[in-house]
Design a protein around this ligand. Structure first.
Ligand code: SF4
Length: 210
């Protein structure tokens, strides 16, 4: 299995993105042991606000380390210009009520895909929005049995910008709908255009018909 679906694979010395399976907050002792071995005694393991770890493998061990981390039950991605794994809320009402299977399908469909610039996606199981979907490039909020998709949010860097509501879709449509947005961004972004600027340039109507 290749490390990512990126057309711009990470350089050998770039960190790997490591994430516990969606909906889990706990690493087992065995997983931590594999992580420690991956980094080596002088290595660094950095936690991020996006709910994943950055681990720089020892030189020459990138693929071996990625395979070991996957075998330990962790999700592994390149840290190049890709769709980042989903940030999810803590699903306080339970994973079924809050749509964990939909979030897992969406993550499997888009995380690691090559894009012009790293793209962040957040998922919240209710409109409380604890995963901050409205300040992410793409945000999903479960509303009853359906899923609202928001685009173009920005929480840092330049002036903060609230994402705009793009569509309300069924669970069966969610992964394909977001996947088409990612495809459109990959195909039509100008250089390393940021996703919010891409949304502004194309407009919501064009995105709805992606
Ligand atoms: S977004 Fe809703 S379901 Fe998710 S943790 Fe917050 S309150 Fe709970």
């Amino acid at each position: 299995m290749s490390l990512s679906r990126s057309a711009h694979p990470s350089k050998p010395n770039e960190p790997l993105i490591i994430k516990a399976p969606l909906g889990r907050k706990v690493f087992s002792g065995g997983q931590l042991a594999v992580l420690a071995q991956a980094a080596g005694p002088e290595g660094r393991i950095e936690s991020t606000p996006q709910q994943y770890l950055l681990v720089t493998p020892q030189p020459g061990r990138r693929e071996e380390v990625a395979a070991a981390l996957r075998a330990a039950g962790l999700l592994v991605y390149d840290s190049g210009p890709t769709v980042r794994p989903l940030r999810v809320c803590s699903m306080c009402q339970g994973p079924v009520v809050e749509g964990l299977p939909a979030a897992e399908s969406l993550n499997a469909a888009v995380a690691g895909r090559a894009v012009p610039r790293a793209l962040k996606v957040a998922y919240s199981g209710c409109p409380n929005g604890c995963a901050e979907p409205l300040i992410h490039d793409i945000g999903v909020i479960k509303e009853g049995d359906r899923f609202a998709v928001y685009v173009g949010g920005r929480g840092s860097g330049q002036e903060p910008l609230a994402a705009r509501r793009l569509a309300l879709v069924d669970e069966g449509e969610l992964s394909d709908f977001v996947g088409r947005l990612v495809d459109l961004y990959a195909a039509e972004a100008q250089g390393a255009e940021r996703f919010p600027a891409f949304v502004d340039r194309l407009g919501l109507e064009r995105l709805r018909t992606a």
